[in-house]
Design a protein around this ligand. Structure first.
Ligand SMILES: Cc1cc2nc3c(=O)[nH]c(=O)nc-3n(C[C@H](O)[C@H](O)[C@H](O)COP(=O)(O)O)c2cc1C
Length: 157
């Protein structure tokens, strides 16, 4: 996966090391600059069964700050924010691997080091009884939910 570059980051940043699936390590730079979720937009992306991004819509590209070329072929953890507890993603994968829908509030890391909150629904796409891919559709989360999750995730770290 693409490394973080200081020249891509806007504003003062902190550094964190993320231990990702499959022994992957990534050093990320993150700031406290929030990009508000745009009203009325859906952010949509699809992955293969390993969580590698295969499709993304215009809103996904705009909100992540990456180009579509940078996103396609990358693990979805390219958006992993250091404030997100690992247990949230364990729950996501345990749920979708059973063929069920997962819903949750996620803080995502942008290419410029900023962040954005989403309310995500992850759906397994099933063909002939087998999970063939996953799609996530995001909407704007409520302020109340974001506040609740900020406190909850901090307590889980
Ligand atoms: C369809 C789909 C969408 C996902 N969207 C996100 C996302 O927006 N942000 C994120 O951090 N992880 C997302 N994930 C989870 C990542 O694949 C990954 O599990 C997570 O970033 C934690 O990284 P790790 O599993 O390598 O520890 C998504 C997974 C799937 C299947």
């Amino acid at each position: 996966m693409r490394d973080f570059k200081p020249e891509d980051v806007v504003g003062d940043y902190k550094e964190a090391v993320l231990d990702l699936y499959g022994g992957l390590r990534r050093v990320v730079f993150y700031t406290d600059l929030e990009t508000p979720y745009p009203d009325g937009k859906l952010i949509v992306s699809t992955t293969d069964t390993n969580g590698i991004i295969t499709h993304g819509n215009k809103a996904f590209v705009e909100m992540s700050g990456y180009t579509l070329d940078e996103l396609i072929g990358s693990p979805h953890s390219i958006l992993r924010h250091p404030d997100m507890p690992a247990v949230a993603f364990k729950d996501l994968w345990d749920t979708v691997n059973k063929g069920l829908h997962w819903q949750g509030i996620v803080k995502n890391l942008r290419k410029d080091g900023g962040y954005y909150w989403v309310k995500a629904t992850v759906i397994p796409n099933i063909r002939q009884g087998k999970v063939v891919s996953y799609t996530s559709v995001r909407r704007k989360p409520s302020h109340t939910k974001v506040e609740e999750c900020t406190a909850l995730y901090a307590s889980l770290k």
